[in-house]
Every structure is written in structure tokens, then in C-alpha cells.
Design a protein around this ligand. Structure first.
Ligand code: NIG
Ligand code: ZN
Length: 389
């Protein structure tokens, strides 16, 4: 089978079929580029359903602290973690943030990602959150990669405020401003996120923020049940969330509620691995019919750009099959972003986002841990080759 991309510039897949049939069907047409894929595999472009890619303030020193035994929450409560990155991000210029973001997107793209969810959340104050959202908007307009934008002003409770005060600020000041800027076409935001966690935003504040985001048209896509079981999954299902991420501590009832509500689970194998958390129960979720997606969770705590490595970890540590992992990193991740009608699979009429790998067996993309640099020969977005080795 050989997918053929549209020659009319709309970037959509025009036809899929055996090479000789396709050749005959389009014999009269001219193409910018014809790629011989003999001995290679064509896969949908990978979709990364959860990243925090705009920030200044890396935290390699904290990696050392965690290796020495400190927990994520101990570092966070001592004023490090997200707070450390927030301070540096507030100080950084918009241009500086854009440049580092652009380089990170480039690394993701080379690892096969063609659509990525990008969160704000290292500003917490309105000014810096807007700075981050402008950076993401600029990338959306200027770069080739597909981006789904998430406002994550409730990523942490800012110093000097309680969770209730922070929630009030978001609801009364941040969200109205986002609504105004979206209406003027200055920024485009798709999703709203909250870090719903013991010691961060409790269920009540999370509910108020997410509902207010939904009221201005944002899809609910939030962090829940990561470090403690707080019934975030049950809340997300009740609010009609499109996706909930992490879920290491989700309850059985939460899993069933998510399956019934068609609320997808975005599992993050890098974080569970790096923080040595208990693994999310992917098998239970799959057995109960939850739509399981994957994300790299790229952030200063989990510094990983590579969805092939994420798939490998999901297979080994979460006991997913390679087919389940590929679905989770393509069509299901697109679902988590509300884009499965246009992205995430090779189908006529869908966006021509694909990767070509130098192996006749697609499983090599997962099997070769860290081998994607050699394997991925082409990355194509909307029918345009954006990376070639
Ligand atoms: N858990 C909350 N947010 C991120 C971590 C962000 C950070 O530590 O900077 C996550 O998904 O893992
Ligand atoms: Zn996250």
C-alpha cells in the first residue's frame, strides 16, 4: 500500500492503495516529490498529547536530588520544582522563550511528532501566562508542526496566594482576558488544564476553574490522580473532560466513569519512570474500554522529546502491546486533543501527516529503544517534507 498525497496544496491524503493502482490513477498528474518507500514503512505522524515545552529554568540539579531520594512533592513544597521554573520563566524575554521552544519542537519533530499539545503554566500570573501563550501562538503560525494549545495557569498555586485565591484570579481575570484575545484573533487556545493534586488545587478549586474554562469554549484536559488518589477521574468524567493525564492513582470507579464518559486517559510513562511512581494501570483501563493515549510530558522534570521511547516504556512498564502503544501515540492521542477526525491515522481526506521509517517492520520504531534517530527517514506534515535524513 502506498499513500499518495494531494497535489492540490490542501495537505490532505488524496488516495491510499497499491502502488501500481495509484500510479495508474494519477498518471496524468505532476508531483513536487515522489518518494520510493520500497523496504520502508509509512506510519501516521506521532501525536504527543501532553507537553510543557515553553520555559526557562532547567532543573538538572533537582534530578540529582531526586536520585538521592528527594520526592517530587518535597522539592515542590520547599519552593523548587515548578516554582523554580516559574521564577526563571517570568524573567525570560518572549524572544528567548520562543527560540528555546522552537529548538524543542525541532527535537520532537525529528523523533516523529507531527502534532503536539503545548501547555502554558510556568507564569501563573496573567502577564507571564499570556507571554507563554503568545509564544505558542507564534509557533502555531510560523512553524510547520501541528500544535494544540493549553492554558495551564493553574499548574501550581503561586507563592503568596491560597488555592482559592488563585482559582478566583484565574476565573475573574485570566479567563476573561483569554476570551477577549481569542475573540480578537490574537491567540487561539484549545484546552484548559489544572494540576489537581493534594497540596496543589483541590477538587473544589479544580471544578470551578475547569467549568469556567468550559464555559468560554475550552476543552477540559487536566492533570489528575498523579501522586494521590483524589477522585480527579470521577470529576473529569462528570464535567465532560476530553482527557485526563497521569492517573497513576486512579480508582476503579474513576476508570469506569472515564470509559462511560468517553474521556481519554493520557498516560505519561516518562514521569512514572523518572519519579519511580507506581505505573498507571493501563491494562485495566484498556480492558474497561478507556481510550488510552500517550504523551511525553516533556518538562524540566521529565526531559524527554521522544514518542518512540515513550511507546517503548509504555510497552515494558505498563504492559501495553506495541499495537496498543502505536494507537495510543497516534489516533487516541489525536482524540485526547479533539482532533481524531482530522489527525492520527492514514485515511483519505485526513491531514497528510506521516513518517517514513527505514524498516519494513513498523515495530522497529518501538523495539529499538533510542533508535528513532537512525530509523526515521522522513517527517511529513500536511503533505510537505519537513525533515529528511
Ligand atoms: N505534574 C505536574 N506537571 C508536570 C510537571 C511539571 C514540572 O515539574 O515542571 C507533569 O505533568 O509531570
Ligand atoms: Zn504535565
Amino acid at each position: 500500500m502506498e499513500p499518495l498525497l494531494s497535489s492540490r496544496g490542501d495537505g490532505l491524503i488524496k488516495a491510499i492503495g497499491p502502488a501500481d493502482v495509484i500510479r495508474r490513477q494519477f498518471s496524468g498528474e505532476t508531483f513536487e516529490e515522489i518518494i520510493d518507500c520500497s523496504g520502508k514503512c509509512i506510519l501516521p505522524g506521532l501525536v504527543d498529547a501532553h507537553t510543557h515545552p515553553v520555559w526557562a529554568g532547567e532543573r538538572v540539579h533537582e534530578f540529582a536530588m531526586k536520585l538521592a531520594g528527594a520526592t517530587y512533592m518535597e522539592i515542590h513544597q520547599a519552593g523548587g520544582g515548578i516554582h523554580f521554573t516559574v521564577e526563571r520563566t517570568r524573567q525570560a524575554s518572549e524572544e528567548e522563550l520562543f527560540r528555546s521552544f522552537q529548538q524543542r519542537l525541532q527535537c520532537m519533530m525529528r523523533a516523529g511528532t507531527t502534532l503536539v499539545e503545548c501547555k502554558s503554566g510556568y507564569g501563573l500570573d496573567l502577564e507571564t501566562e499570556l507571554k507563554m501563550l503568545r509564544v505558542i501562538e507564534r509557533a502555531r503560525r510560523e512553524l510547520d508542526m501541528g500544535i494544540s494549545t493549553t492554558y495551564c495557569g493553574a499548574h501550581s498555586v503561586p507563592k503568596g496566594k491560597t488555592a482559592t485565591e488563585a482559582a478566583d484570579d484565574i476565573i475573574n481575570n485570566h479567563l476573561p482576558k483569554l476570551k477577549e484575545l481569542s475573540r480578537n484573533g490574537e491567540i487561539h487556545v484549545d484546552n484548559i488544564d489544572v494540576f489537581c493534586e493534594k497540596g496543589v488545587f483541590d477538587l473544589d478549586s479544580t471544578r470551578r476553574i475547569l467549568q469556567s474554562g468550559k464555559d468560554i469554549g475550552l476543552q477540559i484536559n487536566f492533570h489528575g490522580d498523579e501522586l494521590h488518589p483524589v477522585k480527579a477521574a470521577e470529576l473529569g468524567a462528570e464535567l465532560g473532560a476530553q482527557a485526563i493525564s497521569h492517573l497513576e492513582e486512579v480508582s476503579d470507579e474513576g476508570i469506569i466513569a472515564m470509559a462511560t464518559a468517553r474521556c481519554s486517559a493520557v498516560l505519561l510513562p516518562t514521569t512514572a519512570y523518572m519519579l519511580r511512581l507506581k505505573q498507571p494501570r493501563a491494562r485495566k483501563m484498556l480492558d474497561e474500554g478507556v481510550i488510552v493515549a500517550l504523551g511525553s510530558d516533556f518538562n524540566p522534570n521529565a526531559y524527554c522529546f521522544s514518542m518512540p521511547m515513550v511507546m517503548h516504556l509504555a510497552c515494558v512498564n505498563m504492559r501495553m502491546s506495541m499495537t496498543e502503544a502505536l494507537a495510543a501515540a497516534t489516533i487516541n492521542a489525536a482524540y485526547a486533543l479533539g482532533k481524531s477526525h482530522t489527525h492520527g491515522s492514514l485515511e483519505v481526506g485526513k491531514q497528510g501527516d506521516l513518517i517514513i521509517i527505514n524498516s519494513s517492520q513498523w515495530e522497529h520504531l518501538i523495539y529499538q529503544f533510542g533508535g528513532h534517530c537512525e530509523l526515521i527517514k522522513y517527517v511529513i506534515v500536511k503533505g510537505k517534507v519537513i525533515y529528511k535524513t
